[in-house]
Design a binder for this molecule. Structure first.
Ligand code: C5P
Length: 430
């Protein structure tokens, strides 16, 4: 069976480990090939033999169990095969395991494989309420979410201790359904080229000073990473930021500083782009002249700055895309401090976008790694209630936005097949 339908199932030490056997059966029934990796503690709850029989494959429990001939380490092959999967699921995920994953440990087979894999990781936590709510666990959860790890549960209910509370693993049926949905997403952008602009731009005043804004590029990076995980070839044109996108074989990053550089870099790859997502917080104005030498306090002209307008990257590219015959989808972002839906609708028309993602921003919200809240405005429903999502971490917002993108592409396809005309995008009365 191809890598396309292979799932890694990690099982860690929790009383809920027995439910992983039911989950495994359900996944097998849905046609997945499942490679099971168990931690030492998991083996104390359920024997590897159970999972071996249900999966039809040897279960990986020990990094060093599979020694090859002298000079050849079969354990490396073993690890390579295990991490070469389309999706990695850990159910149940104990507090101890989440801590090890969050800190990048590679001290057993499961953490080693998860550190090496490029596959998206989904975890289903199971633990006592106190452990789940403990700040240490919550910080680990936060770190993992920011890294793109998806959490399924935990739910509230009866716990192994006899107490009630949050920490119960989701039931295998619910987990299997979520995993299948997650899996279905993986291919939704296959074969497409997605161009994402992200981050702020720096517009030089002199060799040491710049005009810029508070953007960190976190949203655009999350979208680019999620699009790559969904099978797209992604070009991320990224302004100056301390954040580094996760490396992925189909994610190419072009680093730029100024708006004009961002436009040139985007134009270079826009030719075969199917979907353009403009998340960049482009500095709208730049100093008319960038001084060659650092401005001195005593310089009489230092308190005066002449500005000229920067190109609107999204608008320029959207106009180009419209000129081509094949369908293309242009998604803009509208970071607003007030009247966000109205502003987003205006931008939809002015910038010839198919979709605008509106989000409220301010000094302490919207920018950086925290939670965001967004609403989707499209030409199809100019007066309808925009679909809203959040507050949620940027990784979840990214998935929501891409779900809308996939949906809009399907609708575009329908318009084409039926010969209907997509809704008018010409600048309307404002
Ligand atoms: O007009 P405003 O800056 O609010 O528009 C936001 C949208 O336009 C974002 O998608 C942003 O990436 C894009 N934009 C751009 N170039 C500019 C200004 C905005 O691509 N110069």
């Amino acid at each position: 069976m191809s890598q396309g339908s292979r799932i890694l199932l990690g099982v860690t030490g929790s009383i809920a480990a027995y439910k992983a056997a039911v989950l495994l059966r359900l996944l097998r029934r849905s046609g997945f090939e499942v490679q099971v990796v168990m931690t030492g503690r998991a083996c104390q709850f359920v024997t590897p033999l159970t999972f071996e029989a249900l999966s039809g494959h040897p279960v990986m429990t020990d990094l060093f169990a599979a020694r090859g001939a002298p000079g050849r380490d079969a354990s490396i092959e073993h690890v390579e095969r295990a991490h070469d999967v389309a999706l990695a699921v850990v159910a149940p995920a104990s507090a101890h395991f989440l801590a090890r994953l969050a800190h990048g440990f590679a001290d057993d087979a499961l953490t080693t494989v998860l550190l090496a894999t490029r596959a998206p990781i989904v975890v289903a936590p199971a633990m006592e309420t106190g452990m789940w709510e403990n700040r240490a666990t919550q910080e680990n959860v936060h770190t993992l979410r920011e890294r793109g790890v998806a959490f399924l549960g935990p739910a509230a209910g009866d716990l192994a201790s006899g107490r009630e509370g949050v920490g119960r693993m989701l039931e295998p049926e619910a987990l299997a359904a979520s995993i299948e949905a997650h899996f279905a997403r993986l291919r939704t952008l296959e074969g497409l080229h997605v161009l994402v602009t992200a981050g702020p731009t720096w517009e030089p005043i002199d060799p040491v000073r710049v005009l810029t804004n508070r953007s960190t590029g976190a949203m655009g990076i999350a979208i680019a990473e999620a699009a790559a995980q969904r099978g797209a070839r992604v070009t991320l044109v990224l302004g100056p930021t301390h954040l580094n996108p996760a490396s992925h074989p189909s994610l190419g990053v072009v680093r730029v500083e100024r708006a004009e550089e961002m436009l040139r870099a985007a134009e270079r790859s826009v030719e075969d782009v199917d979907i353009l997502i403009g998340t960049a917080a482009v500095t709208d104005f730049r100093p008319a002249v960038a001084r060659a030498q650092k401005l001195k306090r005593l310089d009489e002209t230092a308190t005066h700055l002449d500005l000229v307008e920067n190109p609107d990257i999204l608008k320029t590219l959207a106009a180009n895309l419209r000129a081509r015959s094949r369908p293309a989808l242009v998604v803009g972002f509208a970071a607003e401090t007030q009247d966000m839906i109205e502003a987003a609708r205006r931008k939809l028309r002015e910038k010839q976008c198919d979709m605008v993602v509106a989000n409220l921003v301010g000094p302490s919200r919207g920018f950086g790694p925290g939670a965001s809240e967004v609403a989707i405005v499209t030409a199809e429903e100019p007066r309808g209630e925009p679909r809203a999502f959040g507050p949620a971490p940027k990784e979840e917002i990214a998935q929501f936005v891409l779900d809308q993108v996939v949906r809009a592409r399907k609708e575009q396809g329908t318009h084409e097949r039926t010969g209907g005309t997509p809704p008018d995008r010409s600048p309307a009365q404002d």
